[in-house]
Design a protein around this ligand. Sequence first.
Ligand code: HEC
Ligand code: HEC
Length: 444
Amino acid sequence: MKKVTLLVFVALTAVMCTVDQLDNPLDNQLIALLQRISPDGTLSHFVLPNSTDLEAIPQGPQNALSPAKIKLGKMLFYETGLARKARQASGIGTFSCSTCHVPASGFMPGRVQGIADGGQGFGQKGESRGKLSAYAETEIDVQGARPLSLLNVAYVTNTTWSGKFGAFHKNAGTENLWGKDPTTAVNKLGLDGLEAQNIEGLRIHRFVVDKYVLDTLGYRSMFDEAFGDWDVAERYSELATSFAISAYLRTLLPTEAPYQRWLRGDELALNEQEKRGAILFYSKAGCYRCHQGAALSSNEFYALGVGDLYQTGQAFATGPNDIRNRGRGGYTLKYEDMCKFKVPQIYNMADSPFYFHGSSKRSLREVVEYFNNAVPENPNAPEENISPLFHPLNLTPGEITDLTAFLSNGLRDPNLRRYVPERVLSGNCFPNNDPLAKKDMGCN
Ligand code: HEC
Ligand code: HEC
């Protein structure tokens, strides 16, 4: 742990002694801020582990990471061949997890709302997906909140905007609620958030691993390799499938973002403007109070009074009564939790310009201005629940520009493609495999 701080320090002094131009007070200012905020006083607190350093990645004892699980999960996540439970024949084999979590869109959908079964098309990165006319609005697979990014999900103890999945951490003591909303019955298995949710995710999104997937597409041997020590009765189950996908998702770490490279000692990875933005993030703008640690997220819930998805007027199958509008309160049913949402990670936000759980903002500058003005935009969010940390920041237009630059470039890993497989065993096109999407992507 100490090594990283030392490296940064050594690299810094070495450069400072030789090249005058690089003697940058902004670096020293940012380092001092980070050291003060860090619980252990080191910069390494903010450094993400490498995706190959499996021991360093947050994980539970039930699903210890292994290369074979990750390799399998990396295929299944993109495999449209799992889409066997589509509501209509035309939907079978046409969508995948990555339909709503598009790598090129920072593992978000690239549009206001994710549409899997019942959708068609793709565009460049998800922006052109639309509804298939053969499907009724009630039949399509959409949710009343924007899909969360899956970057840094290893740091999420309780998944979804409401944190309803996972048997531990924030959900310890909420056992009486498990099964009230039928999806949360899965918490009774006593799993971490990610592993629990991904069992439910397979069902909700109409995926199955069956004989066709195992033997016709050929995944059986990969399951054998990943779960060879499991009883055959369990080896190809939803549990195993979830464990493989969860293991892969835990490796989605944006370590090549300029800010991460700067933290590891590359002083020139951030430009002056981004450094000023980072300093604001960790001081005057107060962002660090909620966006914490290496993932810039936290497993806490706050109300910022942002708009709901139905209020965009551009979303299917949602409305004022959607339980997802209530955030944590939709799970706990407590008034004091109403409209409080989990603090999301904020790397690669520039890749998909639809921000907050209801996609109410279309640029990062608008997001920063929203925090700066601190005026709730959603009249349905109870005023007394709005976080006291959401207050006017008095940032100047120049400071807003600097902070926006840090978010849009400093926190953007330009090489997420390394997490995407070359091909999946079916040979299908992905993220989507419907005729229109194939045309968009130039497949086949
Ligand atoms: C139809 C679009 C859609 C598809 C397909 C989809 N997701 Fe999601 N995903 C979402 C939405 C929407 C959320 C946020 C849900 C909420 O907060 O209620 C989400 C949230 C998540 C989260 C929680 C992240 C966090 O930080 O809490 C994980 C993990 C996840 N999805 C994994 C998957 C996996 C694995 C698959 C494939 C089995 C998948 N998703 C398929 C839309 C989708
Ligand atoms: C009081 C805690 C808190 C503070 C302070 C805070 N945030 Fe957030 N942030 C959140 C929560 C909670 C959300 C999700 C809100 C929602 O969608 O309902 C969020 C969402 C975001 C998003 C959108 C993420 C996405 O997936 O759409 C960005 C970007 C962001 N914050 C950046 C910032 C910046 C920059 C600052 C400082 C100016 C900041 N935040 C300060 C809690 C906070």
